[in-house]
Each structure stands twice: as C-alpha cells, then as structure tokens.
Design a protein around this ligand. Structure first.
Ligand code: PHE
Length: 495
C-alpha cells in the first residue's frame, strides 16, 4: 500500500483526494490514511493537507425507513380496509402518536371521533420520506428544510468526514528507509549508527501512564486514617474475622439480649453453623457476663432478666468492630492477671461490618468502621474529648460539637459533629463514649482502669473527600473501576 501511494505521487506529483484514490484502487479509505501516516512517520518524504467535509448519513432509524418505509407509511399499511380501532393501534403500533400526526397532516388517514375508528383517507400513497433517503444515499442533495426535518426525526445525522491531499515532500524518494526509534548498544558497537536514519522526537506525543498501582478511594482514605493512628501511637487490632458470635458482638459489651439491634432486621445471623463452639468462649468469663446481665454487681443492678446461653452462642456477621475491641480488652485483662501488671494500651481498627439495612444512596448492607480505644488508669470524659480533638484535627477538622447519646456499652456516650462547609451544616461524624464498668469488670480489668473509645464510618469521609453523593459509586457491582484509574488522587507513585 505504501509503495502504491508513493508510486502514484511519483508519477502524478499529487494525490488530490485520498477518498477518490481509495475508490480508484478499490481500497478502504482508512487503509489509505494508514499508509499515508506510516510514510509520514519516516520524515519529510511527503507533505499532507487535511481537509474535511460534512456529510449526512442515515441513522439506524433512517436505515429502517429505507427498507420498510417511513413510520407514517407503515401505519397506513397497517390500517385494515374497513378501518382499525384507535385504541388497538395505540397499543400495537410503536410510535403511534408521531406516525398518526404525520399521516393525518399528509391526509393519508382520518379518525372518526364518534366510533374511534381510524380509516385510510386515500387509495394509495407515495412515501416521499423513503424516496428522499434513497436519493440522499445515492449522493443527491436535499433541500435544507427537508434535511432539517429528517434530522429532527432522527433519520439522518451529520458527520464530519476527514480526507487528505498528499504531495511530494522535500525528502521525497521511492526508496523509503525504515527509521530507527532507538539507539542501541549494538549500533554503537558495530558502527551502524553512522548510516542509520533516526526518527525525530515527537514532543507533542502524550506520555504513557507509568505502570503503577492504583488504590481504591476507600483504601486510600483507610491508609490515611491508619497513618494518623500510628502517628498517635496506636497499634492495629486483628480484625480478620467477619463471622462473630453474639457473645463477643453483644453480650460482652453489656448489650441486653432483648436489645432491638440484635433483631434480625438489623443483624445478619449465620445459619450454617448457627451456633459457635461453646469451648471457644472462656467459661468463667461467660459466667461473669451472665451474672452482670441478670443480677448486676460492683454497684450495678444489671438488667434483671434471664440471660440465655443459646442466644449468646448464635453466630452472626459482626455488626461493629467493637466486637474486636471487646476480645482485645478481655485479652488485656487476662495478660494483666497473668503478669500482675496493667499496661495501658492504645488500639485501633479499620475493617468491614455488616448490617441488614434498607439500601439507599448513603447506606449499604456492609461498610467499614474506624475504631479507636485507649485503656488507662482513671481516664475521664475530658480525656475522650481531648483525644477526639487531636484525632480529628489531624484530618483538618478543627471545630467539633458533642451531643449526649446512648450506647448500651458506654456511659457517658457522645455523638460527634463537625461543620461541613459544603453542606453548610453540622453533620454527625462519629460516636464515642467511656466503656461501662458492667463491660470491663467481668473481663477482670482493675476497677480503676477506664477505657475511652470512638467509632466512625470510613465511607462518609471518603464520599465527602471524593465528592460522591451515591455510595453505590464507591462500592458494589455498579462501581466503575476506571474511576480509580482516572482519579489522580488514587494513584500511588512508584519508587
Ligand atoms: N460501635 C459503635 C457503632 O457501631 C461505635 C462506638 C465505638 C461507639 C466505640 C462508642 C465507642 O456505632
């Protein structure tokens, strides 16, 4: 193809229209343009001039009209010789109202309002629309008004066709040398670089995106939160179990067994196996939890109900990462007992939790929780407030407000609010509190140790940061992963 093109130029000095050249040689126009570009890349062998022309082409609907006739002609054909019911036609004829409008104005059909019957108003018709489209396809010109009308009817569309004029360049030659794109060590070693032609640099070419990993926005924000916790001296809790027993998820947290959150509307219970192995829960601890729920202790009167072991053994998908915190605090109490020494801890986790919620633009049945806790002697609400200021300050959130709240496992409890400059209102960003003695005493932690904790979702700050207003753009089967690739904020640089 390249040779054919060059020989034509050599003999005639010019290819004045690549479309005509393609037609003349029985080639596809794209193929000729491809050959032109490949010769062009060799340097100044040829000179080209781009030209363009607007063309009217048939749309899919236009093609259909060409084959089966216009919508109004098809309607005309469908009407029975004795007439057809308007209601029937409305149901059976797609695009009826447009077809009827056109056919009526062309006086092809008429409607008898009293009987609701549509009749043919003429013996035969000439489908001018179909004829026009045939002519257009053969290269004939149509009056602008007709073109405009067919464009509105979506029968035709305007496309810009590009084509080229090609003539000899200053370096024209029939012998085209393949130019090298790279200077190799071999060329230097054997001296062939002296004769070799090299391709010029194309400084306007777009750079290739470097091969590097791309983090999903949720994972990106997760690593930011992780960084903040690490800077503040927290260690990460092991959260690698989505399936948890009711015991660690609820009972250990002094959440009564009749609490509405345990209800199947909120919690996904697991059916196989429905119960966890009782051996996995320390028996004496379970007894102390049972006692705290049913009778109380250490100054509390508990909930005064019959605590059921069967209920506590029920497996579920954890509803909060506080289940992991309860396991870790129990472990801490055990270590304290074994070593005779209590060591303060700062722990955090960021992982997935599950709730059987009604799905909408901001709720999914699974989401990520961020949770932090500090266990030390004599911590107060003041320590919690200070910790929250410090934590959110690191995220760039300086103004906080607190509102009393209720959690079965914390007292006092506070919802945390921050001012959202975009929404211009105070929005809830987290939940927090001081863990109840009814939770800590059965674990065996020393009486003067208190634990302050807080939790928030990972999705909400991520949606705010990436300006997403539908959570389904962030997770789920409808996510466009290209968003991760296209969003420069998600890229991690290669080192
Ligand atoms: N577990 C709470 C929730 O699911 C968050 C929380 C954690 C509250 C720690 C207080 C203390 O919303």
């Amino acid at each position: 193809m390249d040779t054919l093109l060059l020989e034509h130029i050599s003999a005639n000095d010019v290819v004045s229209d690549t479309r005509a050249f393609a037609l003349q040689h029985g080639k596809d126009h794209q193929e000729v343009v491809g050959a032109m570009k490949s010769v062009q890349s060799l340097g100044d062998v040829i000179a080209t001039k781009e030209m363009s022309e607007e063309k009217w082409l048939l749309t899919d609907e236009g093609q259909k009209t060409l084959q089966a006739g216009s919508l109004e002609a098809r309607l005309f054909q469908q009407i029975a010789s004795e007439g057809s019911s308007l209601e029937e036609l409305k149901k059976s004829f797609e695009g009826f109202s447009i077809a009827f409008g056109k056919a009526s104005s062309k006086k092809w059909v008429s409607l008898d309002k009293a009987s609701g019957i549509v009749k043919r108003a003429t013996e035969s018709i000439v489908d001018d629309v179909q004829k026009d489209l045939e002519n257009l396809k053969l290269g004939e010109k149509l009056p602008p008004k007709t073109l405009d009308d067919y464009k509105k009817r979506k029968l035709i569309e305007k496309r810009v066709e590009k084509f080229y004029e090609i003539c000899k360049g200053p370096g024209f030659s029939l012998e085209t040398e393949k130019l090298a794109t790279d200077l190799t060590s071999e060329m230097i070693a054997n001296g062939s670089w002296k004769q070799q032609g090299f391709k010029g640099y194309n400084f306007s070419a777009k750079g290739r995106l470097p091969d590097s990993g791309h983090l999903h926005p949720l994972m990106k924000v997760r690593s930011e939160f992780r960084q903040i916790f690490l800077e503040m001296g927290f260690s990460e809790m092991p959260t690698n179990n989505f399936v948890e027993s009711s015991f660690w998820n609820f009972d250990a947290l002094f959440q009564p067994q009749q609490h509405p959150a345990r209800d199947a509307h909120d919690t996904f219970f697991v059916s196989h196996p429905a119960q966890c192995n009782k051996e996995l829960i320390p028996g004496d601890y379970m007894e102390r939890v049972k006692k705290m729920h049913s009778e109380g202790g250490s100054g509390s009167i508990g909930y005064q109900y019959d605590w059921s072991e069967e209920e506590a053994l029920k497996n579920l998908l954890r509803t909060h990462t506080t289940a992991v915190s309860s396991r870790m605090l129990y472990k801490l109490a055990e270590t304290t007992k074994a070593t005779g020494e209590f060591k303060p801890v700062k722990l955090f986790s960021i992982d997935r939790v599950f709730r059987n919620e009604t799905l909408d633009a901001t709720h999914l049945a699974e989401f990520h929780q961020i949770e932090g806790l500090v266990a030390d002697y004599n911590l107060t609400l003041g320590n919690l407030i200070g910790m929250l200021y410090e934590f959110f300050n690191k995220l760039g959130i300086k103004d906080l407000r607190f509102k009393p709240a209720y959690n079965p496992y914390t007292e006092p409890s506070m919802e945390v609010f921050s001012f959202h400059p975009g929404l211009k209102k105070w929005i809830e960003i987290g939940n927090s509190g001081v863990f109840r003695p009814e939770m800590l005493i059965p674990m065996g932690l020393p009486e003067d140790v208190s634990v302050i904790a807080w939790g928030l979702s990972l999705e909400r700050p991520t949606m705010i940061k990436y300006k997403l207003d539908n959570i389904r753009d962030l997770c789920g089967h409808k996510v466009n992963l290209q968003m991760v690739y296209d969003n420069p904020l998600c890229r991690i640089e290669k080192h």
